[in-house]
Design a protein around this ligand. Sequence first.
Ligand code: HEC
Ligand code: HEC
Length: 310
Amino acid sequence: MKKLLVNIFALFTLLLLSTGCDKHFKEPMVLGGQEVSAAVLNQGKEKFMQNCYACHGETGDGKGPASHYMRPIPRDFTHPEAYFKFGGVEAGQLPNDETLTQIIKEGLDGTPMLPWDLADEDIHAIIQYIKTLSPRWQKEKPGKMVLAPKDPWAGNEAAGIEEGKKLYHATVQCARCHPSYVSKQELFDVTKALLGYDMTEIDDNIYDPQLRDSSYGHKLIPIDFTYHPIKTGTEPKRLYQTIAAGIGGTAMPAWSSLTAQDLWALTHYVKSLADLRDTPKAQALQKALRSQPPFVAPQPDAENSEAVEN
Ligand code: HEC
Ligand code: HEC
C-alpha cells in the first residue's frame, strides 16, 4: 500500500512537472524592447528542448549532454551579459532577430552549430525564448545593424586585395593576432613605407595565430584564413559585416573607426586568403613563408659611416 502511494505520488509529481513545463509562461514578456506573448514563449521553449537542448542545455547554459569536450563550447544563453559573437551589431551589443535567424538557418561553418531546417515561425519562437534566459534582454534593446555599403572596389577587386593586404599587415595590424601572409622582407618594406619605421626584429611566430583570452571561458584562435573556415562564411557583405562589427566577447574589436573603403579592401583581402583554403596554393604559400632564410634587418645607418662607431 505504501509502495502504491509512493508510486501515485511520483506519478502526480511527474504530471505536475510536465504540465508545468508546457505552460511555463503565463504572461507576455518585454524582451529587447518588444512584447512577446506567452504562447510564443511556450512554443519557443518546446522547440528549443527538441532541437537545441542537446548542446545548449536544459537551462540554456551551454552545458547540454552533447556539449562535453566541444570547442568552441555551445553558447551559454543564461549569462547576465548575454554574449553573442556574430550578431551583426557592434561587438558587445545585443543582436537583432534577423541576424540570429540567419545564424540558426545557416549555422556556423566548422563548428558543431549546424544549419537548422526549421519553420520560420519556430525559429522566431526559439529566438524569443532564448531572450528570456538572460536578464539583459529585459533591460536593453538590440544594437543597430552594421550593414555593408556599396563596394567601392567593385570591378577593381585586385586593387582592393592589394590595399587590404597593406592595411592587414601594417596600418590596421590584423596580424597582431591573426597570422601574417607576407615574407619578412615584404613586412619590413610595407611597415617602413606606411608606418615610417624600420623593424629590427621579426619573429618566426608571426605565421601562427596568437591565442587570445575571451569571455567564453577558454582562449580562442584568431583564425588562419588559409586553414580554418570562417564561421559566418565568405559571402562578401556578411564578411564585411563580421569584420566591421567585430566579434562579441572575443579579442576581435569592432573596426568602426575605419572607412568603408578600407573595410571593403580588408574584406577582399581576407576573402582572397579564404579562397585558397583546401587548395595546394595554401600549402605552397605556407611552405614558402616558413622556409624563408633568417631575416637580417638592414643596418639603419650602414651607409652613414660617421654614425657607426666600430
Ligand atoms: C551539436 C551542438 C549544437 C546544437 C544542437 C545547437 N547548437 Fe547552437 N551553438 C553550438 C556551438 C558549439 C556554438 C558556439 C559557436 C562559437 O562560439 O563559435 C553555438 C552557438 C549558437 C549561437 C550563438 C551565435 C553567436 O553569434 O554568438 C546561437 C544563437 C545558437 N547557437 C542557437 C542555436 C539554436 C537556436 C539551436 C537549436 C535550433 C542550436 N543552436 C543548436 C552548438 C550547437
Ligand atoms: C586582438 C586580436 C584580433 C585582432 C587585432 C583581429 N582579430 Fe579577427 N579574430 C580574432 C579572434 C580571437 C577571432 C576568433 C573568434 C571566434 O570565432 O571565436 C577572430 C576571427 C576573425 C574572423 C572570422 C570570423 C568568423 O565568422 O569566423 C575574421 C574574418 C577576422 N577575424 C578578421 C579580422 C580582420 C580583417 C582584422 C583586422 C582589421 C582582425 N580580424 C583583427 C582576434 C583578432
